[in-house]
Design a protein around this ligand. Structure first.
Ligand SMILES: Cc1cc2nc3c(=O)[nH]c(=O)nc-3n(C[C@H](O)[C@H](O)[C@H](O)COP(=O)(O)OP(=O)(O)OC[C@H]3O[C@@H](n4cnc5c(N)ncnc54)[C@H](O)[C@@H]3O)c2cc1C
Length: 372
């Protein structure tokens, strides 16, 4: 079928390699970083995510992920459960473990690190990709899975740079922690805070504290910023060891992100180049499904490539994704505008169920035969 270069070995780039390979392509994943790295701490994995990973052929390798404890309950800062129904079960998975699982499925031979795409030149017959080390190579197709600040998107869609989302910050860490965690469930706290404390399958502990609509203090470090928000998530009257877990975290293990998003773009593809994952649609983590959607991009792109020539496949993929993300953004706006934590949980549940149950493959694309 041809050769595809995938820029970026994040969760979406690696998923795209599996999907393109199943469609019959020779794949070459090129990652800027010196090694496949862990970005962030954990991911919420939904039934939708599991299904998309299974569609990539990862079924037997997912046992470890499926073994993670799942939860459906949400609480407020006083420990009171929100009475919601219909929330699909979530599993919390260490990002590094999911990346490692995908990378081992792709295999070392098709993956090179330390290769930063700086430019590409597209012509009628293919695309030439240029790297920061002066090297270049040729392929029939280039997939930009190079994340939030995608170089491929910048060339395909000049002026589409990512933007910070006003006052939205996230602090998080994974650490060894033997203490009792108490109720391991997400908390929708006061003053637009959200938090999670959970035990992972390998016995480590993960905490996440998110805050919308705030500024950070120039005088506080990341750990102090996180600790300052604990009272909004836990009033101390119920078992929830968030403060203890944050206190036990070395300062340099606390990851802090100022959340940024990609503005909606209408061009995901040209004749030989296409975007997938955060490169095309990084959104606020309040939708809790950016990776899940990116894995879906990878799978849909593979379905399209398996059923048509490259140009019609990319056109069909773009049509499908533009429609899908118009609806995702509508859900995301509805969630962001939720007047109360309870209505947020209800809208989040409705979104996740929609994500899982709605159409995810363009009618013009034929599914390629499943290979063992
Ligand atoms: C705080 C937070 C919490 C989140 N929680 C969830 C969650 O619970 N569930 C969920 O589904 N999603 C979640 N998301 C979203 C999710 O993390 C992203 O949508 C997903 O990781 C995007 O994957 P990606 O592969 O597209 O991009 P990335 O993970 O950013 O990967 C891009 C890769 O490309 C490489 N790269 C960059 N530039 C170049 C270049 N020029 N050449 C070659 N390589 C390059 C990078 O080094 C990187 O490895 C969260 C996001 C945040 C910020």
């Amino acid at each position: 079928m041809g050769r595809v270069i995938i820029a970026g070995a994040g969760i979406v780039g690696l998923s795209t390699a599996l999907s393109a390979r199943r469609a019959g392509f020779e794949v070459a994943v090129r990652e800027r970083a010196p090694r496949i790295r862990e970005t962030g701490a954990v991911l919420g994995v939904w039934p939708h995510t599991i299904r998309e990973l299974e569609r990539l052929g990862l079924g037997p390798r997912l046992a470890e992920i499926k073994a993670e404890r799942s939860f459906v309950r949400y609480r407020d800062f006083s420990g009171t459960e929100f009475a919601t129904t219909g929330m699909p079960p979530a599993r919390t998975v260490h990002r590094a473990r999911l990346s490692a699982l995908l990378a081992s499925a792709v295999g070392e031979d098709d993956l090179r690190t330390g290769k930063e795409l700086v430019d590409y030149v597209e012509d009628r017959d293919g695309v030439t990709v240029h790297y920061a080390d002066g090297d270049h190579e040729r392929a029939d197709l280039l997939v930009g899975a190079d994340g939030l600040n995608s170089r491929v998107r910048a060339i395909l869609n000049p002026g589409s740079g990512s933007r910070h989302q006003g006052g939205h910050h996230v602090w998080r860490a994974v650490l060894p922690f033997d203490g009792e965690l108490g109720e391991g469930c997400p908390v929708l706290g006061r003053d637009r805070t959200r938090g999670t404390l959970t035990r992972l399958a390998d016995g480590s502990c993960c905490w996440v504290i998110a805050q919308f609509g705030t500024s950070t203090s120039a005088t506080m470090n990341s750990k102090e910023e996180a600790l300052a928000r604990v009272p909004n998530l836990h009033d101390g009257t119920w078992p929830f060891a968030l403060r203890e877990a944050v206190l036990a975290t070395p300062e340099d293990s606390v990851l802090h992100s100022r959340v940024a998003v990609v503005p909606a773009i209408s061009r995901w593809a040209s004749g030989r180049v296409v975007l997938a994952g955060d490169a095309a649609h990084a959104m606020s983590p309040h939708i809790g499904s950016g990776a899940s959607l990116g894995i879906e991009d990878a799978r849909v792109l593979g379905d399209c490539l398996g059923g048509a020539g490259i140009a019609p496949a990319l056109a069909a993929y773009q049509d499908d994704r533009l429609d899908r993300y118009r609806q995702v953004r509508r859900h995301a706006n509805t969630m962001a505008a939720a007047p109360t934590p309870l209505s947020y949980v209800e809208r989040f549940a409705a979104y996740l169920n929609w994500l899982h149950n709605s159409r995810t493959r363009p009618a013009t694309c034929l599914p390629h035969p499943v290979r063992a």
